[in-house]
Design a protein around this ligand. Structure first.
Ligand code: FES
Length: 177
C-alpha cells in the first residue's frame, strides 16, 4: 500500500468513528421516551404522611400525571383517585390503599354517607372499609394497591402508593398494561 491508500483507509476509519459517535446519543435519545414510560409505570407516588391519616377515616387522593405519547408530553391532569384507610395499631400494614375505580364499569367509588364504607353511585355497589363487597353488582371487591413499607411509629413517614389500573367486569383482578 502506498501513502495514498493509507490516507484513504484513515479517512474511511475516521468517517466510521464520527458516524458511531453521532449514532450512539441519537439512538439513546430516540429510545429514551419509551424507556422513561416503562420506568414511570412502576413508580410509587407519595400521597400523604402517616400523621395526615386518622385510623378508620378514609381520605381520597387524586393521582395527577403528565400524559405522553412516544414523543410529546402533555400537561398534568388527574388520571385517577386512591382511597387511603389508616389501619388500627398493630395491623400488619399501617395503611390500606384502594383504587376508587369501580371494578364493575369504572365509575368513581365514593365514601358512604355514614363514613363506614364505600358506595359506587352508578349501580349502587356497596363495599366495606377494607374494600370487600357487601351488596354489589361489581364482580369483585375494590382493588387494593401496593403501599411501600411504612414505619408505623413515625407520623412523618411517607405513604407511597403504586397506582395501577385493573380490568373491569372480571372476577379476577387483572392489571392493565
Ligand atoms: S360501575 Fe360501579 S357498580 Fe357499576
Amino acid at each position: 500500500m502506498n501513502r495514498r491508500d493509507w490516507f484513504r483507509l484513515g479517512a474511511i476509519g475516521l468517517k466510521g468513528l464520527i458516524g458511531l459517535v453521532l449514532a450512539v446519543p441519537g439512538a439513546a435519545y430516540l429510545l429514551s421516551p419509551l424507556r422513561k414510560r416503562r420506568e414511570d409505570t412502576t413508580d410509587f407516588r407519595r400521597l400523604a404522611r402517616l400523621g395526615d391519616l386518622e385510623i378508620g377515616r378514609p381520605r381520597s387522593f387524586s393521582i395527577v400525571d403528565e400524559q405522553r405519547d412516544a414523543w410529546v408530553t402533555y400537561p398534568a391532569t388527574p388520571i385517577g383517585t386512591v382511597w387511603l384507610v389508616r389501619q388500627p395499631e398493630g395491623a400488619e400494614q399501617p395503611v390500606l390503599a384502594l383504587s376508587a375505580e369501580c371494578p364493575h364499569l369504572a365509575c368513581k367509588i365514593k365514601l358512604a354517607g355514614d363514613g363506614n364504607g364505600f358506595v359506587c353511585p352508578c349501580h349502587a355497589s356497596n363495599f366495606t372499609l377494607d374494600g370487600s363487597r357487601v351488596k354489589a353488582i361489581s364482580p369483585r371487591g375494590m382493588d387494593t394497591l401496593e403501599v411501600a413499607p411504612i414505619d408505623p411509629n413515625d407520623p412523618n413517614a411517607e405513604v407511597r402508593v403504586k397506582f395501577q389500573r385493573f380490568r373491569t367486569g372480571t372476577e379476577e383482578k387483572i392489571p392493565l398494561a
